[in-house]
Design a protein around this ligand. Structure first.
Ligand code: ATP
Ligand code: F6P
Length: 397
């Protein structure tokens, strides 16, 4: 595997990153990731039993398929049937769902969203729900392309760099437009599940989102009630991240850019995000729950799910579900389907992805010399160490 960085080249292919010394975030001391349950998730990264149970599947050339070759046919155990005559209301309003994604760039948020939609579409309990993704990057491109006729204006000056934290205002504007579009389509009954696809990487952004959800739900003119579901997507594995960055260099932002420029620009973007990212925590979940309960004056549903390293690390009690006593069947059904998706993500989609990563690095030597050299020259151990330092200086070692 000529030219590959150390992180990928020794015996730890797709496994070495599971030990703490090599992890991108070690997770255990941060303020936000300080809960016992997250510690448990962290321990699982290092836990020898967990490791042994997964090592063979991570290393084998066959994709382990515990259930079936068809990712959409899971043994989902649903105990009751949909009752069409029993639509669910909250506070006299028809329920809709909003999935708020959280996660650093290139962790798989958009990909996992499309997998979730497939899953909802294939389950009789949820197949009538109209799902739509509202992607802040797409909205940004639509607006900025119309203005400057370019996929993405790359710049070396910090004042022009959209992802430099100095320019957060610009990025916030795109996010707010995206959020308003989601509310608008929900309110017009154009969709039932709105997925807000952005990194939502700061506490301030998340506070804004939930203030807006409360305003929406307390708006007497609206006939709908939004049930918020937080889905945090994390990726700590260096090989996964490297593979994802390679793929990101072909996305719409970089259609007109040479590979090297794209990789360098995305790497720079990642550094900006690592310098300001705050993972979502149980504390924040509880704060948001209190805030919504106070403002909506009813006991309200709120859910928090995690996909870590394509589902191979189990989030354990980091996932949270708050069902009020009055919670109706439609919400319970939908959450059950989502929970099944989360719990089986690795079998449904994760291992197939890991296999693709593995193949990518195995055949890496066959890639063009330029691609190889470029990726390794930018996304290497030093780069990951820099990311680690950035996240540590941000208080989340
Ligand atoms: N779970 C996954 N299954 C399959 N491919 C994945 C998965 N996660 C990441 N990838 C690969 O990584 C690339 C980046 O993933 P994706 O675009 O979903 O990340 P993202 O978190 O939405 O990024 P951004 O925030 O920059 O938009 C994808 O193009 C895909 O090739
Ligand atoms: O405004 P946020 O939450 O950072 O998320 C939006 C941005 O995230 C990205 O997906 C990061 O790569 C961009 O495409 C997009 O502009």
């Amino acid at each position: 595997m000529g030219g590959s960085s150390d992180s990928d080249s020794h015996d730890g292919y797709l496994t070495s990153q599971y030990n703490s010394s090599n992890s991108l975030f070690s997770l255990h001391t941060g303020n936000s990731y300080s809960s016992a349950s997250l510690d448990r998730a962290t321990l699982d990264c290092q836990d020898s039993v967990f490791f042994d149970n997964h090592k063979s599947s991570l290393l084998s050339t066959e994709v382990p398929r515990f259930i079936s070759n068809d990712p959409l046919h899971l043994p989902i155990t649903l105990n009751y049937k949909r009752d069409n005559a029993d639509p669910t209301y909250t506070n006299g309003k028809v329920n809709k769902f909003m999935i708020v994604l959280i996660g650093l760039p290139a962790t798989g948020k958009s990909t996992i969203s499309s997998h979730l939609i497939q899953c909802l579409k294939n389950n009789p309990l949820t197949n009538s729900l109209r799902c739509k993704v509202f992607n802040a990057g797409k909205i940004r491109r639509q607006i900025s392309c119309a203005t400057i006729s370019k996929p993405l204006l790359l710049s070396n000056t910090s004042s022009e760099d959209l992802f430099n934290p100095k320019n957060n205002d610009k990025k916030e504007t795109y996010a707010r437009i995206t959020l308003q579009k989601l509310f608008h389509e929900i309110n017009n009954d154009e969709c039932d599940v709105g997925i807000f696809d952005a990194t939502n990487s700061t506490i301030e952004r998340r506070r804004f989102i939930f203030e807006e959800v409360c305003s929406f739900n307390t708006d007497e003119l609206s006939s709908f009630n939004l049930v918020p579901i937080i889905l945090q997507v994390s990726c700590f594995n260096r090989s996964f991240i490297k593979y994802n960055i390679h793929n990101k260099s072909f996305n719409e932002d970089y259609l007109d850019k040479p590979y090297e420029l794209a990789i360098k620009d995305f790497a720079k973007r990642l550094k900006h995000y690592y310098s300001q990212f705050t993972p979502f925590s149980l504390d924040e979940f509880n704060q948001i729950h209190r805030y919504i309960s106070q403002h909506e004056e009813i006991d309200t549903s709120l859910f928090f799910f995690n996909v870590i390293n394509a589902g191979v690390v189990e989030p354990h009690s980091l996932n949270q579900s708050h069902y009020p006593s009055t919670c109706g069947k439609q919400i319970r059904d939908t959450i059950m389907v989502i929970e099944n998706f989360i719990n089986h993500y690795s079998q449904m989609f994760g291992f197939e992805y890991i296999e693709a990563v593995k193949l990518f690095f195995e055949s890496f030597g066959n890639s063009s010399e330029e691609t190889l050299t470029t990726l390794d020259s930018v996304v290497n151990d030093k780069f990951f160490d820099d990311l680690q330092s950035l996240i540590e200086s941000n208080g989340f070692a």
